[in-house]
Ligand binder design. Structure first.
Ligand SMILES: NC(=O)c1ccc[n+]([C@@H]2O[C@H](COP(=O)([O-])OP(=O)(O)OC[C@H]3O[C@@H](n4cnc5c(N)ncnc54)[C@H](OP(=O)(O)O)[C@@H]3O)[C@@H](O)[C@H]2O)c1
Length: 312
């Protein structure tokens, strides 16, 4: 982690501060005592600067002169958006990831790998065809971090979260991440009195991390984690669940009593991406993750309460 060049006050710039992960970090910092005395935290959205534009990016850094940067801004979306926009994902991740401190990587999507995947395996094999643009771009972040360290001694690192969900996610049914899209689908099916149509067979398995847990872990990384090598931030392997399991929890949380149908003509994406959180556990053996059921319930309640303004 770079300690920055300003020896005095710590100033943390969070790009993508209006997104799912950025809002969670903001909550941890502002509401849970994550911010220490004398620190300044600045949360940015694309309205503050288009980080694809070099001039705007430079102006932003000159304005705030941060000592630390948590770089979250990126083009983000679910499987179906990835499948139709690999080029955009490749270009937008690559351009927007130059010269920052903490990066979020995608979990390696190697099509032929052994499980669980750990931090030493993220460059193994080609990524899954569904999201090769995003995956290659994210892998380059680790290459960039190592090169900056070797050539300039700069200490940048990357975190690798598994599937994130929580308040402020994009709940769009077509383009959102699987859990949030399903929450919106369930809400709509209940409102319209129709069946809940789930895309795919429901058999793929995923490790889901609640955004607030991720926010707490990222603040820990910023303060305590000194390696250049990335770290996977995830629940344990045994906490991996099938999409069908997740759908059942959502239906229960939203009191949906209708039929649940699985459309097997739609793609399933990668059947699993099981990641190891052994490295995280070596550092933080006692960190408690919010139980999935509880986290999904809180996310459903947030979505219902904020339906008018939620991204969807
Ligand atoms: N969500 C997941 O499951 C997951 C899993 C692994 C890794 N990640 C990574 O975690 C990071 C954050 O993801 P997220 O889920 O929080 O994303 P998100 O909710 O979609 O938020 C994206 C953020 O990026 C900003 N942004 C997008 N394009 C920008 C641009 N050209 N210039 C400046 N800001 C821009 C957005 O600003 P506006 O609000 O103004 O549009 C928003 O604040 C990303 O790097 C993502 O790849 C996410």
């Amino acid at each position: 982690m770079s300690k920055g060049s300003n020896a005095g006050k710590m100033c943390v710039l969070v790009t993508g501060g209006s997104g799912l992960v950025g809002r969670a970090i903001e909550h941890v910092v502002q509401e849970e005592g994550g911010k220490l005395e004398g620190e300044e935290w600045i949360f940015l959205s694309s309205k503050d600067a288009d980080l694809v534009d070099v001039g705007q990016t430079r102006a932003l850094f000159e304005k705030y002169r941060p000592t630390h940067v948590i770089h979250l801004a990126a083009k983000v979306g679910g499987l179906y958006l990835h499948m139709k926009s690999n080029l955009h994902f490749l270009i937008l991740q690559t351009i927007s990831t130059l010269s920052f401190n903490i990066f979020c990587l995608v979990c390696p999507a190697a099509s032929k790998t052994t499980y669980p995947i750990d931090e030493t395996m993220i460059h193994n094999g080609p990524p899954h065809d569904s999201n090769f643009g995003y995956s290659h771009a994210k892998r380059m972040i680790d290459v960039q971090n190592r090169a900056y360290f070797k050539q300039y001694g700069r200490r940048y690192t990357a975190v690798i979260p598994t599937n994130v969900f929580g308040p402020y996610d994009n709940f769009n049914i077509e383009n959102g991440h699987v859990l949030s899209a399903l929450i919106n689908k369930t809400y709509t099916a209940k409102k319209d009195g129709t069946a809940l149509n789930v895309s795919g067979s429901g058999t793929p398995r995923r490790q889901f991390i609640y955004s607030l847990d991720l926010g707490r872990l990222i603040v820990w990384v910023l303060r305590e984690y000194d390696e250049i090598d990335p770290i996977i931030l995830s629940v344990a392997e045994e906490d991996e669940v099938s999409i069908k399991d997740a759908v059942e929890i959502i239906a229960q949380s939203m009191d949906f009593k209708g039929k649940i149908l699985f459309d097997t003509t739609k793609s399933d994406g990668q059947m699993k991406k099981t990641a190891s959180n052994a490295k995280l556990r070596r550092y933080l053996p006692n960190f408690t993750f919010t139980p999935l059921k509880e986290a999904i319930q809180m996310t459903c309640s947030w979505f219902v309460a904020n339906y008018a303004t939620a991204r969807k």
